[in-house]
Design a protein around this ligand. Structure first.
Ligand code: UD1
Ligand code: UDP
Length: 357
């Protein structure tokens, strides 16, 4: 079987790493990189660190409005699919690269498999929610990470082709922890921080970056906190911090340290040693749960409800007072750990399913 895998954004490279390794044991894989993310530290660093095969096609689409970006991807992916003639197209997650990949395949009657199917925030204002719903409804094989995802699909009338295989990000994380053991990271020294004495923050969700008031609330909460906060800044966020003139006041702030986006192993190392995580990222919320680090989520909803139900994650949106209160007070009430996201063998299970379709 010939599989065309389509990726384009940071979290997709991280999910692709373990799956591609398994796929190549049994199938021919061709990777299309849409070029949605392109800075070295949003793109190549992951291919190098995680030894992901170099993409066979890079579409170099780059940034743009949703319509432009998705439209350009559709055109170029179709051309390649017509040439490559795959038996299956594999897409990941919920970005514009996901929906463009799935839609291109669907129009050509090529079978689609969606990794991370069934996730819902039930917030249709999020571009990712539209991408997820549409991708699920045109996919033939839906790989779900959680029971909640299965229920979401059932509620939308999707009953066939659903395989609950756990979360490939758990596979990635276990692999990263092994690789980190062999490294001798000096980041804590360089950043002048100590294990379990700092907070790690990430922000990139459009509702938090593009809306000036929300970004200002978040930044003010970080600045006013007594905690040392390490903040690897997504390029989207840097753009808006500059645009709204917030960089100046951050520069003079002792406790808040902005750094460039870091590689995956560095990120897992920073997460694992943090005393708490502040984030609006989907992936980082899960990693916090896997690593048992309390997480304060800068959103009003989440697709990863298990992390909240288990008490390890709290939703605070962009409300400054709530953020500040939970930076200091939030902690899980018990050390319960009731949900599994697979056993770290999700990539293998994906391949087992694909070998039988
Ligand atoms: C995208 C996904 C989001 C995902 C995130 C992961 C969509 C709609 N959104 O959001 O679901 O959580 O990736 O990180 O697909 N930029 C650069 N260099 C880069 C990439 C982006 O400077 O390498 C800047 C550009 O100014 C660009 C902005 O970041 O306009 C946003 O990038 P884009 O890919 O459109 O969306 P993300 O916010 O990254
Ligand atoms: N990540 C990383 N370096 C960073 C920030 C995040 O490697 O500086 C990783 C993080 O560990 C997680 C993934 O990127 O595995 C999450 O991606 P992101 O937050 O961009 O997107 P989302 O998961 O919200 O779609």
């Amino acid at each position: 079987m010939k599989i065309v895998t389509i990726v384009g954004a940071r979290p997709q490279f991280i999910k692709l790493a373990p799956v591609s390794k398994e796929i190549r044991k049994h199938f021919e894989e061709v990777i299309i990189h849409t070029g949605q993310h392109y800075d070295f530290d949003m793109d190549k660093i992951f291919f190098e660190e995680l030894e992901i095969p170099t993409p066979d096609h890079n579409l170099n689409i780059g940034s743009g409005t949703h319509g432009f970006q998705t439209g350009e991807m559709l055109k170029k992916i179709e051309e390649i699919l017509l040439k490559e003639k795959p038996d299956l197209v594999l897409v990941y997650g919920d970005t514009n690269s996901t929906i463009a990949g799935a839609l291109s395949a669907s129009k050509l009657n090529i079978k689609i498999a969606h990794v991370e199917a069934g996730l819902r925030s039930f917030d249709r204002k999020m571009p990712e929610e539209i991408n997820r719903v549409l991708t699920d409804h045109i996919s033939n094989i839906l790989f779900t990470p959680t029971d909640t995802a299965d229920t979401n699909l059932k509620n939308e009338g999707i009953n066939t082709g659903v395989f609950n295989i756990g979360d490939v990000m758990y596979d990635s994380l276990l692999n990263a922890l092994k690789l980190i053991e062999k490294k001798n990271f000096k980041m804590l020294n360089e950043l002048n921080i100590f294990k379990k004495e700092y907070i790690l923050a990430t922000v990139h969700r459009a509702e938090n970056t593009d809306v000036k008031e929300n970004l200002e609330n978040i930044i003010n909460a970080f600045i006013e906190s007594d905690e040392k906060i390490i903040f690897p800044v997504h390029p989207r966020t840097r753009k808006y911090l500059e645009k709204y003139g917030f960089l100046e006041k951050i520069k003079n702030c002792e406790n808040l340290k902005l750094i460039s986006p870091v590689g995956y192993l560095e990120m897992i190392y920073l997460e694992n040693n943090a005393k708490k995580i502040l984030t609006d990222s989907g992936g980082v919320q899960k990693e916090a749960y896997f690593l048992k680090v309390p997480c304060v989520t800068l959103r009003n909803n989440t697709e990863w409800v298990e992390t909240v139900l288990d008490g390890w994650n709290i939703l605070v949106g962009s409300n400054k007072e709530k953020i500040l209160e939970n930076i200091s007070k939030f902690n899980p009430k018990t050390e319960t750990y009731n949900y599994r996201f697979g056993e770290g063998d999700s990539s293998k299970r994906i391949v087992d399913v694909l070998r039988n379709v």
